[in-house]
Design a protein around this ligand. Structure first.
Ligand SMILES: [Zn+2]
Length: 421
């Protein structure tokens, strides 16, 4: 008997210039948001992740690089398009719209310049399941999917609002026996894993993408009680995905580092204040692409900024910025976009990365503009080179890994590099 999967096994699908083979088993890519490699390493060493340990023993525990800025949306979109931001266009959560000059969120799929791997695989008759913790990513990840019974895409945050027409699924909470979790909670991510386990069995997708939220990682350091509790929970779901025969690839969108001083205060360079002092108010505009509606866990403080100039010359502003303690990189637009593969038309005149000796410096605009009242723990955040290394874990042996491993190789690895057991 010739089955669908036998027909499919010879197919390949080209997406954004890369050729993907048909996965040899259901492929589950997990983007564990903000998962600095130490989180899983310490939890494993403490015996809290027996399933992950077993998966690694028969597979791979490698490291890769994420795209810069090491933020959630640029990396999630790189992972699902298999390409850098210069190709897909999503270079932050937030930007100045080149068409209107207004500051705006970048959640709308109109900003997306490339098809996703899901869209192209669905056109080649694959079944697709995408579950994300936060609603802000859902439209981007699901862009181009047709909800005709062969695709599902929803967020934990709005799981109770999912419909067959818009998400390819309804009654998600009933299916899982779970209510919609708080947006600032570990349960928002647990909901993603629970849905993944359920959908893998009921829908048998060819490709599945599970993307969590970094609420826990912003709050808790690797090895701390709060972090270990999260990874122990995650491990129980990893075990179930592995037991169901899936190829599982675990990556992170970016790492996460402590960004505070010894006294617990955030370690901030208020860049707009510094520039206003040197060039006057209104001469420069600092944009923080980490800005999003969910500021409680990071206060819009990350280690990456872009600066628009309204008068002063690139060289003079660059000189002032590079003299501020804790600045690692200041580049003009063209050089930065070439180095970090970013879309030039969506970045300011200068691109700035912070870190410093301790790696802890973050960039703010003006002191008065950051509401830090929601920060109940010392700041942990991301955005720069210090958070670029992420885990790349596969539960099977692999060959022909890309030379410079990137988190956005995850689907390529799952489709092209798995050695059958
Ligand atoms: Zn993230």
């Amino acid at each position: 008997m010739v089955t669908n999967s036998m027909i499919s096994s010879n197919k390949s699908v080209t997406v954004n210039g890369r050729e993907y083979g048909w996965p040899k088993a259901p492929l589950v890519v997990i983007c564990c948001d903000g998962s600095e490699p130490d989180y899983m390493e310490i939890a494993m060493a403490e015996g809290l992740m027996p399933n992950l340990k077993q998966m690694i023993a028969k597979g791979v525990n490698a490291r890769g690089l994420c795209v810069i800025p090491s933020f959630t949306n640029p990396n999630n979109l790189s992972i699902v398009t298999g390409a850098p931001p210069a190709v897909h266009g999503i270079c932050g959560n937030y930007l100045i719209d080149p068409a209107t000059g207004l500051e705006t969120m970048m959640n709308d799929p109109k900003w997306l310049r490339a098809p996703t791997i899901f869209e192209k695989f669905q056109q080649a008759s694959a079944k697709i399941a995408v579950v994300t913790a936060k609603e802000k990513l859902r439209l981007l990840l699901g862009n181009g999917l047709v909800f005709d019974g062969t695709a599902v895409c929803f967020s934990s945050e709005r799981a109770d609002k999912a419909t067959l027409a818009d998400n390819g699924i309804a009654d998600v909470c009933e299916m899982l026996g779970m209510g919609v979790p708080e947006v600032y909670s570990a349960e928002l991510s647990e909901f993603v894993f629970a849905a993944g386990v359920k959908l893998l069995a009921s829908m048998q997708p060819d490709l599945m993408y599970l993307s969590t939220t970094d609420y826990v990682q912003h709050k808790y350091a690797p090895g701390s009680k709060g972090a270990n509790r999260f990874y122990k929970m995650m491990d129980s779901y990893l075990g179930r995905l592995d037991a169901q025969g899936a190829i599982v690839v675990i990556i992170a969108d970016h790492g996460m580092k402590a960004k505070h001083l010894a006294n617990g205060e955030p370690d901030v360079i208020y860049l707009q204040d510094a520039l206003d002092k040197n060039f006057g108010a209104g001469a420069t505009k600092v944009i923080l692409p980490i800005t999003d509606p969910y500021v409680q866990h990071h206060g819009a403080l990350g280690s990456f900024a872009t600066v628009y100039l309204k008068g002063p010359m690139v060289d003079e502003v660059s000189k002032i910025i590079s003299q501020l303690p804790g600045i690692d990189v200041v580049l003009d637009r063209a050089s930065a976009c070439a180095r970090f593969e970013l879309p030039e038309d969506r970045m300011g005149d200068l691109i700035v990365l912070s870190g410093g000796n301790t790696g802890s410096k973050v960039i703010g605009t003006s002191r008065a503009k950051h509401d830090l009242s929601g920060l109940n723990e010392p700041l942990r955040s991301h955005g720069a080179l210090t958070e670029q290394t992420v885990p790349v874990i596969v539960n099977r042996k692999v060959r022909n890994l890309p030379k410079t491993l990137r988190n956005f190789d995850a689907f390529f690895i799952g489709c092209n590099c798995i050695i059958e057991a």
